[in-house]
Design a protein around this ligand. Sequence first.
Ligand SMILES: [Zn+2]
Length: 741
Amino acid sequence: MKTPFILALFFIGTIPFAQNHCPILPNPVTYTSTKDSIALDSLLFCTKSLSSTLSNSISPLGDLYILNKNKPLRIGREDGFIRFEELNNAYPESYSINVTKSKIILSYTSPASYYHALHSLFQLITEKPDHSFSIPICFVKDFPNFSWRGLHLDVARHFFSIHEVKKYLDLMAMYKFNVFHWHLTDDQGWRIEIKKYPKLTSVGAWRDSTVNDHFSTYPRTWDTKRYGGFYTQEEIKEVVQYAADRHITIVPEIEMPGHARAALAAYPAFSCTGKQQPVPGLWGVFEDVFCTKDSTLHFLEDVLEEVLSLFPGKFIHIGGDEVPKSRWEKCASCQNKMHALHLKNEHELQSYFIRQIDVYLAKNNRQLIGWDEILEGGLSPGAAVMSWRGMDGGIAAAKEGHYVVMTPGSHCYFDHYQGKSSSEPLAIGGYTPLEKVFEFNPIPKSLTPQEAHFVLGAQANLWTEYIPTFNQLTYMTYPRAIALSQVLWGGTKTSYDAFEQTLKKYHIPRLTAPNVNTKVSMSFLKPSMKFSREPNGLSLMFDGKDTSEKITVVSQQKKEGISISYGKKLFFNRSQKNVKHEKFTFSTACCTDSLTIISHRGLGAKVTYVTPPNERYHPGDLILVDGQFGARPWRGYQWVGFDTNHINITLELDRKIRLNGITFGFLNEPSSWIHLPNEITVRLDNGKMKTISVTEERTKLPIKGKTKSIQVSMKGLPTIPVGFPGQGEKPWIFCDELVFE
Ligand SMILES: [Zn+2]
């Protein structure tokens, strides 16, 4: 019995490590290894001379990385195997690890780099099936590229306990993140104890109801359970220390002047109207914001005084995003202030407001950071900008010599979907797969090297409207955060495939092991579906990592299943008669997915966008006729989005068809500035034309005739009407699927 077991171990122990196959993520700057590895005892001895502060951080790390809970890797403090050397005059935060047959030498420049080195060291150690450990003979030299490597967490929309926040910090530390942006206040909850204003937490931390489903789902329903929570100042101090022990700085965010409904529920006197309103349980942007009167500013300075006493970091985030000006326009105090200070408009009033806070923070030796809206009406002298509405805000600020953190929605919003499967949990919308995060570059091409110097780094944001539990939080964060750490640490640039292999082989097993027990997304491993245009409709092909697998496809109408291989096409023919809806389920070893194809007369028609869609929402020219309406709630990749109010599209078939009408799919989401078009016009080959007005997301335009080509024209509103979010701005039109009846 024993012989094959030992042989197996021997085999695992001598798997050669390829020169460039580094198990550490983010990849270090330099990694070289021989084909050999050495066996490690479960008790590693390090040099006695190491200070107790440094040696104290070793053992908890062993627990975090090693899979076997019963026999964790421990590090003893006797002269021995691991030696530590402090380097002088080396690159800041740099470290090296030298593993030879007789010893491991770990060199570091600072406590933070020592800590990063330990994380890398533990990532090099692998556990064998007999629970013994080995490490490759190798050399690692490493330092980070960016100084701001951040993750954000919104604890206002959903609350996370300090135990959960600590676990979030542990995971961040594993991947060398060093900034935790703690979004502590928002409309739906105030989460930090302020002793001078106890109602902020006794009232502001609790809401009586929370909207169910996606907030764009109508009719809306509500969970009427009282929901909330907050951190006492003692708990905050504990978390600040816990983060500091992991070399993570916390940037607290106190939102102002917008996203203030929870604070105003507690102290309505600081609003423009003084009206008592509850803490809302709906997501979105609210009209009621802090009034710009002096008493509000004094209140916020009092709040910040207590915040500053808890958080020692240099940066204090004050929000500044999404501030509707409608209350200020009608408020006597705000208007008087505007005139007294000779301010041109409410944007300048917002600028004034932020500047007062900037002055207060600067006086207290801190630096203000805010979302990119703080640029509107002029940027306060000392302010740093977090660019979320794309990179333009960040570019403008860097060109003016302000520090910038890049966090564009396109790559850094981890509340977006990461997979196209229908089984992905409900998310806010958008589509940011792992590969897209991996490809992110925080330095825009339009910055000169001198200007690029002002880009401190980047961070991912975890807004939690649709993230109610910690499991869901880690599912949305990992592995995308590891791809971001790869971007920000910026060591050896590997291919995405190599990154994915390292992730799958070394990191997913660790993150999901019992001692870490984290739910992570495996969406990146799911086969992707690719639709193509065919002479008689369209085809679907699966592309996957494991192409030896078979996929079973079952039509729910026919109840029969077929098995197809990767790379083989499944055909969907254009219907000659009535429109047919057919639901399919697809099963592979890892997952099951479903899809409904609407077989209609225009399936796979040639589409020409005479008016080009906005490049951010341009998923190709097949999407309008691929037999699927864009998903509700909105997912970024399924809709064609136009930022103009006059749209022309031509559709062409290979031969004449008899048409009875076209059903159009539109998105109506005024909260996201997306409106229905006012009217649509369809013109056939023979000049026959019909126009109808649009009042619903699904609108049928009846028109009879034989035709080969169809011209569609849509007209929208020139500007967003008064009373809607973004009033006066240009609205968007989102369209998906034109079903030919
Ligand atoms: Zn006011």
